[in-house]
Write a protein that binds this ligand. Structure first.
Ligand code: UD1
Length: 366
């Protein structure tokens, strides 16, 4: 059996790694990897392949950055001959980025079967490009691997036949479980001089938060206020870095406000695990903090991962100074830190995916 995985952006790489390992344990499976090149910086891509033990991709499409149309079109154009040449039994696509929907479209039109890892998540916010990517990818997929029961419910409500759906669990948690012992040894907080006392770990990169200068300024000034009492560790996404540079914003003097380049996976996990609070607009961090029991403020009006709010440590907060400072104080006072177990967030999602692909088991939800 030939499997072909297509990845392109940073959050895809954590989802690919467990599939690489599970496929390698099956002698009859040949697993090819295509990197679209949507993310290309060493610290957005290469460091993740190294930390996660993913082999060099069999193909790199080198598409780089561009408008949504340009990026999606270039991936489609360059992936088509690769897909035809590989003639895979199944194309695996991950998450909700432009690489995901572009590869799914090409594969479906060529008549190759598509499996979507992390299917069924919905924010119901059509202004997010990721929501469009999720809905279209799920509509094209022959096999849909959902991380949680709400994902299955969303897909059934959209009329996707139940026999295509499998509740395999959360593949991000596979990677977290596998690498947590190594992440603890990294001791990143000590290296940054913020260990031994509470600190906040921050990431922000969504266009809604960083593209409008007045919103970004309010967020940065709010973090500046917070940093007077709680050191802030903020690895900055390239999109955000460019906007901060354009604005000429500088961290308040004397405050413990560390603006870093994007950090590798192990360092990120090490910092999140030790944090008193995470403030983010990332999808993956909402899940990781829930698993680790670390309070999380998600600066967004909606989430496609509601289970992290209902079962986990996540709360949604407006991109406003008062709302963020109040929610931060509340989250810090709330001492509940033990991780609550979520169904099938147990480190075995990739194993279940391989079992389904090879016809050994089924995780349909009745
Ligand atoms: C993409 C995903 C988003 C995901 C995020 C994680 C889509 C629609 N969005 O958004 O869901 O949460 O990745 O990072 O696919 N850039 C670099 N170097 C890089 C990559 C990007 O400098 O290696 C800069 C470029 O200026 C680029 C900008 O970042 O224009 C945005 O990159 P892009 O891949 O278009 O989208 P992300 O914002 O990263």
């Amino acid at each position: 059996m030939t499997l072909l995985s297509v990845v392109g952006a940073r959050p895809n790489f954590m989802k690919l790694a467990p599939v690489v390992r599970a496929a390698a344990r099956r002698p009859g499976v040949r697993h090819l990897i295509v990197h679209t090149g949507q993310h290309y910086d060493a610290d957005m891509s290469d460091s993740f392949f190294a930390d996660l033990g993913i082999p060099q991709p069999d193909h790199n499409l080198g598409v780089g950055s561009g408008s949504h149309a340009v990026q999606t079109a270039l991936i489609m154009q360059r992936f088509e001959p690769v897909c035809l040449g590989a003639a895979p039994d199944m194309v695996l696509v991950y998450g909700d980025v432009n690489s995901t929907v572009a590869a799914a479209l090409v594969s479906a039109k060529l008549g190759f079967k598509v499996a979507h890892v992390e299917a069924g998540l919905r924010s119901r916010d059509w202004s997010m490009p990721e929501e469009i990517n999720r809905v279209v990818t799920d509509r094209l997929a022959d096999l849909l691997f959902a991380p949680s029961r709400d994902g299955v419910d969303n897909l059934l409500a959209e009329g996707i036949p139940a026999e295509r759906l499998h509740l395999v669990g959360n593949i991000m948690i596979d990677t977290l479980v596998a690498l947590l012992p190594r992440a603890r040894q990294v001791a990143a907080a000590a290296r940054l001089g913020v260990d031994g006392a509470p600190y906040a770990f921050v990431t922000l990169h969504r266009p809604n938060n960083v593209d409008a200068p007045e919103t970004l300024r309010e967020l940065l000034d709010t973090l500046g206020t917070l940093s007077a009492t709680l050191p802030v560790v903020f690895p900055v996404h390239p999109r955000t870095r460019a906007r901060i540079r354009d604005m000429g914003w500088e961290a308040p003097r004397g405050a413990r406000f560390l603006l870093l380049d994007p950090v590798p996976y192990l360092e990120s996990l090490s910092l999140v695990g030790q944090a008193a609070l995470v403030i983010t607009d990332s999808g993956g961090l909402q899940e990781e903090t829930t698993y680790l029991g670390v309070p999380c403020l998600t600066v967004r009006p909606s989430t496609e991962r509601p289970i992290t709010c209902t079962e986990g440590t996540n709360r949604l907060v407006k991109a406003e100074r008062g709302a963020i400072l109040a929610a931060a104080a509340e989250a810090l006072a709330d001492r509940r830190r033990e991780a609550r177990a979520i169904e099938r967030w147990d480190g075995r999602a990739a194993e279940r995916i391989l079992e389904v692909l090879l016809g050994e088991a089924s995780y349909r939800v009745s």
